[in-house]
Design a protein around this ligand. Structure first.
Ligand code: BG6
Length: 520
């Protein structure tokens, strides 16, 4: 056992050895009194600190309108941490050390004087790196991005020149725009005062361990990549299903819908990683170049083709795990005749040599029977001889499933003989589970993303052309849907796998959804 562990250690290839050390840095959070700071950002920074991954020294300044003392803010954050921390209980001693670096700046985003106050707080730090190496986290509404960067620029805290480009960075949250033109407008506002290299657009899916592993899995193994093409693959299914309904987020969701909320970002990102060509290097730009190339290879749909290739759905009342769920139209802040989709399924074709004519099916929805995200690569059937001749379509095709969450793992399905005197064949599964291999350590996506932003590595963030290309894929769909009323076939009861039209979408080509299975 010990020998095996030593061998694993010997064969572990550490790619981060050459990575530059994180330098002392000040993180300023705009919109600091919002949910995101308490639920995600502070818990992530606390864990990074606990694991000694934050630079030393570091400072965090929360910038928000409400009047509060530094001590009061720290107490609020501590109470939230008790609730949202991924490790419990919170370590008092670690928290006390961490919290000593956290302060508050009461200010109004629209007021130049508030930025002067912030600048004065920064100027009071005795470490030169803390004054200059700045990460601005814009946890505000996108409509405020423009004025925040403008004020930061005029106060001298955000500079666009070459030297400063690595020192002052902006992190922005999704939604990044509402469609292509609003995304372009946001990009124009941000790049007036910052270079593209200073802008870190978050898609939290890219911070997930299993999503990052897609590239490792594909490009560090010789056996799978040879099969990853139209010769061997029959089709690919990407599922992001959620058991939760819209709940209290009705107001936001009415503006977004599943297409903007999930497909434009998370699903297209996963698709890009699954289908892209190998990058020329592991540099951020090389990887992002390939992702953009892939997104640009997705065959555009003409308005007349949308209905045949994209299915929308909205949940009606139903039941999950014995609990009643209200219809979407009865959720708080949702219009009683809303046409907003809570489910989307689509077939995309990628016009390049590797994937020509291979369907990629994407689906996501709320109030589905199970929360699970997975990519299933379904291989071609065997030629119609021997077993296939007798078993027909009952002889299962091989598949590789990348289970992104929960119960993270990868499994390979192939057929085997059932032991015994009769000749029976059935699928069996070879499974790699993260938990059994590495122990139950799954850092929050935000921890990885914040660390990367602090160190200035943009690989896990979305580049301008990437976000704009993704909008250009979903915009035509949105336009065709418009305010058109939903037909009876576009509803699904909460607790089911979506509208029947989604099954028909696959059946057209002889395919069927393989629903994620609960792992016990
Ligand atoms: C967010 C969406 O980006 O992702 C939510 O706004 C969704 O609607 C969430 O629930 C899903 O993220 P995760 O990490 O739980 O799969």
């Amino acid at each position: 056992m010990e020998d095996l562990e030593q061998l694993d250690e010997l064969l572990t290839c550490r790619l981060e050895l050459g990575r530059k050390a994180v330098e002392p840095c000040t993180i300023v959070i705009f919109g600091a009194s919002g949910d995101l700071t308490a639920r995600k950002l502070i818990p992530a920074f606390y864990h990074l600190y606990r694991e000694k991954q934050l630079p030393s020294p570091f400072r965090i300044i929360g910038f928000a309108r409400r009047e509060k003392t530094v001590e009061g803010w720290r107490q609020e954050l501590r109470a939230a941490l008790d609730q949202f921390s991924r490790t419990k209980p919170v370590d008092d001693a670690v928290w006390a050390e961490f919290a000593a670096n956290v302060s508050y700046c009461q200010g109004d985003i629209t007021d130049a004087g508030s930025y002067k106050k912030l600048a004065n707080q920064l100027a009071a730090f005795d470490n030169e790196r803390l004054r200059r190496n700045l990460l601005f986290y814009l946890a505000t509404s996108p409509s405020q991005f423009g004025q925040v960067v403008e004020h930061l620029h005029h106060t001298g805290l955000l500079q666009k020149e070459d030297g400063a480009a690595r020192e002052q960075r902006l992190v922005v949250e999704k939604p990044f725009g509402h469609d292509l033109s609003t995304a372009q407008q946001l990009n124009a506002e941000l790049t007036r005062f910052a270079r593209e290299q200073q802008i870190f657009r978050i898609d939290h899916y890219l911070g997930k361990e299993t999503v990052q592993n897609i590239l490792m899995f594909r490009f560090s193994n010789s056996i799978f990549e040879q099969l990853w093409n139209r010769q061997s693959v029959d089709h690919v299914q990407i599922t992001v299903s959620e058991k939760l309904g819209v709940g209290s987020r009705g107001g936001y969701y009415e503006e977004a819908g599943a297409l903007r909320d999930m497909v434009q970002n998370h699903l297209l990102q996963v698709l890009a990683l699954v289908a892209m060509e190998p990058p020329v290097s592991l540099e951020a730009e090389s990887i992002r170049d390939e992702k953009v190339k892939l997104l640009k290879s997705i065959r555009p749909m003409q308005p007349g083709q949308i209905a045949a290739n994209v299915v929308r759905g909205q949940y009606t009342a139903g039941e999950i795990d014995g609990q009643p769920r209200p219809a979407y139209r009865h959720e708080p802040k949702v219009k009683p005749d809303s046409t907003v989709e809570t489910y989307v399924a689509m077939r995309l074709l990628i016009d390049n040599w590797r994937w020509s004519n291979i369907p990629f099916y994407l689906r996501t929805g709320k109030n589905l029977p199970l929360s699970a995200s997975e990519v299933r690569v379904q291989f071609r059937r065997t030629p119609h001889v021997l077993f296939a001749l007798q078993c027909g379509s009952r002889l299962d095709a091989n598949a590789i499933t990348l289970r992104l969450q929960p119960n993270e793992g990868i499994s390979l399905r192939f057929n085997g003989k059932v032991p015994g005197n009769s000749v029976e064949i059935r699928p069996v599964r070879m499974h790699f589970s993260y938990d059994s291999e590495f122990g139950a350590y799954t850092p929050e996506a935000y921890e990885r993303l914040l660390l990367e932003a602090v160190s200035g590595d943009a690989t896990l963030f979305i580049r301008r052309d990437e976000v704009e290309t993704a909008w250009s894929i979903v915009d035509p769909i949105r336009e065709v849907w418009g305010d058109r009323p939903l037909s009876g076939k576009e509803f699904y009861p909460a607790g089911t796998w979506g509208p029947v039209a989604a099954d028909e979408l696959l059946a057209q080509r002889g395919h069927a959804w393989r629903h994620p299975q609960p792992v016990t």
